[in-house]
Design a protein around this ligand. Structure first.
Ligand SMILES: C[S@@+](CC[C@H](N)C(=O)[O-])C[C@H]1O[C@@H](n2cnc3c(N)ncnc32)[C@H](O)[C@@H]1O
Length: 363
């Protein structure tokens, strides 16, 4: 395999994602009618898909346009409509779209949560693979809508940002004549580490020389399947010697209920983990991370931003609930931790959905 990712420049401010809505007399009723109509037309298209003629591209494009418009309208209206109306719309969506969501590759995993939560490593791999899957046409249609959403792009984009962070840590340690130590929390498929490895290979390095360029990477995850997958892939690609799998429930570690600890790390990062941790737990995790960093070491944590334009789609269609946070939330949380809130650095992936916060352990 060749290194094929481009390391995108992070954004330091969010792009403006939400358009201004037109006033509507009864927005909830209009949206309900749109949900009913789209569900009916999706069912019609699914029946057509089973005929020799199939679904014409123009019909599919029009349904996709209506799907995007519907969720943009739900997102924009949600502040005005209030929780009860949104819950009603969510129930209707659940009822009308369930057959197609359950028949889609990502939707099926998100709804049925085989690992107990929506974002397990297999689901994340499916997002990275970026190929709509499903057991019928309408299932694949739903998968395609999820994969094109800003939330899915945030996942695909963050990988390149993490590569840049890892390479920066490796370069800084190399200047001091040592190999960097890094840890991924909630490492999942750890695709970004394989990207780093492939970029080293693309520079023409092999074997011991390549391994010397690779940081020593601790992979902390509570899912044995995820760690096993990464170890097997690393063995196949020749970088197993750089990896240290660490089976651990990081919530328990943060709360001091297990003796799992890190030491002397140059970089500790996570993406797709703290969006599941409530504030108090996150403060404890930050203290645990602080203790695991060397002086001058950095933490980089990704969290979906409160302005995520796919939030309602994730919550209603996929039942994928995350804790969204903004910069103020992060400042408030870091202020309660050993890092404090001085000198925090914020950046975004190009979709503007993934907020990253970076802090340094003071020397
Ligand atoms: C959404 S995935 C993100 C994977 C990877 N960081 C990425 O961005 O591709 C979240 C990962 O965190 C792991 N995870 C969730 N809660 C955890 C916990 N309490 N302790 C350790 N791992 C956890 C899951 O098993 C899963 O592999």
């Amino acid at each position: 395999m060749t290194a094929c990712i481009a390391v995108a420049a992070p954004l330091t401010t969010r792009p403006n994602l939400v358009a201004v809505a037109e006033p509507v007399v009864d927005r909830a009723e209009t949206i309900r009618a749109d949900i009913e109509a789209l569900a009916r037309d999706l069912a019609g298209a699914e029946r057509r898909a089973r005929t020799p003629a199939g679904v014409p591209a123009a019909v599919e494009d029009e349904l996709a346009r209506r799907f995007r418009l519907l969720f943009r309208e739900i997102e924009e209206a949600s502040a005005d409509l209030g929780d009860a109306a949104i819950a009603g719309l969510s129930e209707l969506l659940g009822e009308r779209f369930y057959p197609w969501v359950a028949a889609s590759g990502l939707g099926e995993r998100a709804l049925h949560k085989p690992a107990g939560y929506a974002g397990d490593y297999q689901t994340i791999r499916m997002v990275y693979a970026d190929v709509p899957l499903g057991s019928c046409w309408a299932g694949r249609f739903i998968d395609a809508r999820v994969l094109e959403s800003p939330a899915a792009w945030a996942v695909k984009n963050r990988r390149a940002l993490l590569v840049a962070e890892i390479e920066a840590a490796a370069a800084a340690a190399a200047e001091e004549g040592r190999q960097a130590r890094i840890t991924s929390l909630g490492s999942g498929p750890a695709e970004e580490l394989f990207d780093v490895w492939q970029r080293i290979a693309a520079d023409g390095l092999r074997g011991a020389e390549a391994l010397a360029r690779m940081p020593i990477c601790t992979l902390a995850d509570m899912d044995f399947g995820a760690l096993d997958h990464v170890c097997k892939r690393a063995a196949a690609e020749g970088c197993a010697a750089a990896l240290r799998p660490l089976p651990a429930n990081l919530a328990r570690a943060a709360l001091g209920r297990s003796d799992v600890a890190l030491a002397d790390q140059d970089l500790i990062y996570s993406a797709g983990l703290i969006d599941y941790f409530k504030d108090n737990l996150l403060v404890r995790l930050l203290d645990w991370i602080h203790a695991g960093l060397r002086p001058g070491g950095r933490v980089v944590l990704g969290n979906f931003h409160t302005d995520n334009p796919s939030r309602r789609m994730m919550e209603t269609v996929l039942e994928w609930e995350l804790i969204h946070r903004d910069e103020e939330d992060m400042r408030r949380i870091f202020a309660r931790s050993r890092f404090g809130c001085e000198g925090l650095h914020f950046f975004f992936d190009p979709s503007g959905v993934n907020l990253f916060v970076e802090a340094t352990r003071r020397v």
